[in-house]
Design a binder for this molecule. Structure first.
Ligand code: MG
Length: 323
């Protein structure tokens, strides 16, 4: 199959810069791509790399788009290198979008986790998100001093309604001793309070896989791998090395959706699907994968609109026209 190919770069400003253990993020930059088939059908795709998380850089993605001809084939798309995982997702989901308009609404009913900023801001922020209907929250840790964060955590756990679920995300920023302290604190909080601490995400750096495996066995509170499994190859490697707790899958950068689907159908992994701060164009196929492949009804990590000045809900054509 042959497609007419065009692409446009975009840059969206975060209303409040996103602070994680990796640093402060001010703008989300990416690429919107458009494929048109011989019958005139349009397929939209989005390339939204996060290089510090393990995908290609924006520059590498742009170089790849620039060197492609105006007419491209499915063979070219399905042979995009594994080093360009965000490109694999963007192009493959554009092809899938040409065929699957009837499936598009399947994903809209998934429960969503609202992202809380690091530090004390979370104590106010959850209340607004609760009013908007969120019942699962994710709070960034590993940013401030651990004693400060543990004190905020205590307040947060005592203020959240009993039906709330809380996830913590350290972005690989803890030492082994700090991870033990967090896990121990979560275990004892769970014993005292009715709220559910669902998991701690990526407590240690990617290089400390064996230690995370050990911690996952030693504490009741679950651990989710995120940075460790940024790409499909990394996910497969961690699975093969024995990881059986939670996998946070970011469809936007993991790579080929068809190969992800195949892996998830063959292996019953406990997956949480999560945003890469993409627009509505990348979000739709990412949520579609979540709807198909989530097994334990875990909330998806797409509650991030409040981090942007403008919402991402515009139609693909409107997003395209605005670039
Ligand atoms: Mg994470």
């Amino acid at each position: 199959m042959v497609y007419q190919f065009e692409f446009r770069p975009y840059k969206r400003r975060f209303a409040q810069p996103l602070t994680t253990h990796h640093g402060v993020w001010h703008h989300r930059e990416g690429i919107i791509l458009r494929l048109i088939d011989v019958s005139g059908n349009i397929g939209w795709g989005e390339i939204a790399p996060i290089s510090w998380f393990g995908s290609e850089t924006l520059e590498q993605a742009l170089d790849f788009c620039h060197q492609l001809p105006r007419e491209i084939t499915s063979e070219m798309i399905f042979s995009i290198s594994d080093n360009l995982s965000a490109c694999q997702f963007g192009f493959e989901s554009a092809i899938a979008g040409l065929k699957s308009e009837e499936k598009e609404l399947a994903a809209t009913v998934l429960p969503c986790s609202g992202l809380l900023s690091a530090g004390e801001a979370a104590l106010q922020q959850w209340q607004t998100l609760w009013q908007q209907g969120y019942r699962t929250f994710k709070w960034k840790i590993g940013v401030d001093a651990i004693a400060t964060e543990l004190a905020i955590f205590d307040t947060l756990c005592h203020s959240l309604p009993t039906s709330a679920k809380l996830r913590l995300d350290a972005n690989g920023g803890l030492s082994y001793a700090q991870a033990e302290l967090w896990l121990w604190t979560c275990d004892s909080m769970q014993a005292q309070l009715p709220i559910e601490i669902e998991f701690i995400e990526q407590p240690l750096p990617i290089s400390e896989f064996a230690q995370m495996l050990e911690l996952s066995i030693s504490y009741t509170t679950a651990i989710a791998l995120d940075e460790s499994i940024a790409t499909l190859q990394q996910l497969i490697t961690c699975y093969e090395k024995g990881w059986r707790e939670i996998f946070v899958i970011k469809p936007g950068i993991i790579g080929s959706p068809s190969r992800l689907r195949q892996f998830c159908q063959q292996h019953e992994i406990d997956a949480v699907f999560s945003s890469v701060f993409e627009t509505a164009i990348g979000r739709q196929p990412a949520l579609q994968l979540a709807a198909e492949l989530s097994r334990k009804n875990r909330a998806v990590g797409f509650g991030i609109d409040h981090f942007f000045a403008q919402t991402a809900t515009a139609s693909p054509q409107n997003i395209w026209n605005s670039l």
